[in-house]
Design a protein around this ligand. Structure first.
Ligand code: NAD
Length: 473
């Protein structure tokens, strides 16, 4: 029997209440206990469930096992291993200096868990983008309700089964469902909400969080520009861009969204890109086991309409373009002569279509980037340090890769996140741990301090001391 909306909401509230009661125990968990949970998760992803994860993602959108290994399994196991190596340093109180005027005191930062947290995940890397924030939340000592995406049903069901096997519901619970479930969860007074998805839904999440003054991490999307200038190694650039763009059939938040290529390099870039695509996926991408499908009808139709809109405004398809709604196959597609007023240049593409824009002067490219929302990532292919510096100085983005794309995601030492429309707050490594922690500033007085000399009544002598304090400390 199907449960009604009301029954679902009651059961979600009761899970939340269980976690509310349990949060103190989880918050006070030791380094050893948190590492034990992470090791359990590592064993499950790396060994016990690896084959099932590969199968689920193949069933959801035809993703190849090798690609699942690289972009889902390795992303998660790398994050866990890094956390296991570093958690003892992250959890430690951090001593900070105290100014001389406060002599006789000391200061430190204590990282305390935020408490009860909600993670809402998207469909495009359903394991990676559900489990990586979960790792940070567990490392920081929080209870978690995780809501995976309703669009990848096999992955979502598997995440639920796996986490049910590994954890008590009072510490980690998975609640499956779509917008109605998400909306219900957002009404609960979580201490922190970690959302990965589109900027449009990010706004809804932030509005809901405001009702409870819950803090938020928003990992959003947008148009990540890529630049290939006149000094770039064009063949190497084309190979890396084709990989970064057409991995997961372009359904990646940090995929190169469009590429601006210097006029002197454009013919070589197109030729090298076409050759790379044939080398990667062969002639028949619809039947290539190495090339992912589009996730559902809605996204397939959206991508086709972007292409039709661009064609109607004069764009030329120089590679690919064919697609099949029944199988959700969509060829890797390169498009030139794309005008600024097309959907392809106005909206996040999030699929296997790459507009190639020709430029003569880098300022045209910089102006285009700055006329749009701040992107999640910016990719620069150049061998001129001066030009790289100039682009960095005159633009803003969540992250940057120079002479590569997408790989900043895999370096746990770097904060991963966007800015404004592409997100706020960061994930990965210590940055993820901090997203789920309250940095509690603790000041301690050890012996009577000089500040007491500055308390009322304010005599002339005290005023002189105040003046000295302002001048020297
Ligand atoms: P989405 O915003 O449609 O959905 C994300 C999650 O929000 C899902 O779990 C969904 O159920 C939930 N949701 C949808 N509508 C909702 C509503 N009205 N109220 C409450 N919850 C709602 O995103 P998507 O289609 O799953 O993913 C694609 C988007 O995510 C792209 O914009 C992409 O760039 C972005 N993304 C960002 C990152 C990142 O790390 N920055 C990673 C992956 C995807």
């Amino acid at each position: 029997m199907k449960s009604t909306d009301n029954e679902k909401a009651v059961s979600h509230t009761s899970i939340f209440e269980k976690q509310l009661l349990h949060k103190k125990i989880v918050a006070q968990s030791t380094l050893k206990q948190r590492k034990a949970k992470l090791k359990k998760l590592l064993g499950a992803i790396e060994i016990t469930y690896r084959k099932e994860i590969q199968k689920a993602l193949f069933d959801d959108f035809g993703k190849s096992p090798a690609e699942v290994d690289l972009s889902e399994i390795y992303a998660v196991t790398g994050e866990i291993k890094y956390a296991l190596r570093n958690l003892k340093y992250w959890m430690r109180d951090q001593a900070v200096s105290t100014k001389l005027a406060f002599i006789g005191s000391s200061s430190k930062i204590k990282y305390e868990p935020k408490g009860n947290v909600l993670i809402i995940a998207p469909w495009n890397f359903p394991i990676n983008l559900s489990i990586c924030p979960l790792i940070s939340a567990i490392a920081a000592g929080n209870t978690v309700i995780l809501k995976p995406s309703e669009h990848t049903v096999h992955a979502s069901a598997l995440i639920k089964r796996m986490l049910n096997d590994l954890f008590e519901e009072a510490e980690v619970a998975v609640i499956e469902g779509g917008i109605d479930v998400s909306t219900g969860l957002l009404k609960l007074p979580f201490n922190h909400i970690f959302f990965t998805g589109s900027p449009e839904i990010g706004k809804i999440v932030m509005r809901a969080a405001a009702e409870n003054l819950a803090s938020v991490t928003l990992e959003l999307g947008g148009k990540s520009p890529t630049i290939v200038d006149e000094t770039a190694d064009v063949a190497a650039a084309a190979k890396k861009i084709m990989w970064g763009k057409f991995l997961n059939a372009g359904q990646i938040c940090i995929a190169p969204d469009y590429v601006s290529v210097h006029r002197s390099q454009v013919n070589a870039f197109i030729a090298a890109s076409k050759k790379t695509l044939l080398d990667f996926f062969g002639e028949d991408t619809a039947n290539s086991l190495d090339y992912t499908k589009i996730v559902n009808d809605q996204h397939h139709l959206r991508l086709n309409s972007y292409l039709e809109d661009a064609k109607s405004k004069g764009a030329k398809i120089v590679h690919g373009g064919a697609s099949d709604l029944t199988t959700h196959s969509f060829e890797p597609t390169l498009v030139t002569e794309v005008t600024a007023d097309t959907d392809l240049m106005q909206k996040e593409i999030f699929g296997p279509i790459l507009p190639i824009i020709v430029f003569e002067d880098i300022h045209e490219v910089i102006d285009t980037i700055n006329s749009k929302e701040k992107p999640l990532a910016l990719y620069i292919y150049s061998s001129s340090q001066k030009k790289i510096n100039h682009i960095l100085k005159n633009t803003s983005s969540g992250g940057v890769c120079i002479n590569n794309n997408d790989l900043h995601f895999y370096n746990h030492e770097l904060p991963f996140g966007g800015i404004n429309n592409s997100g706020m707050g960061n994930s990965h490594g210590k940055f993820g741990f901090m997203a789920f922690s309250n940095e509690r500033g603790i000041y301690r007085q050890h012996i009577p301090g000089a500040v007491e000399w500055l308390m009322p009544p304010y005599s002339q002598l005290k005023q002189k001391l105040i003046n000295l304090t302002i001048k020297w400390f």
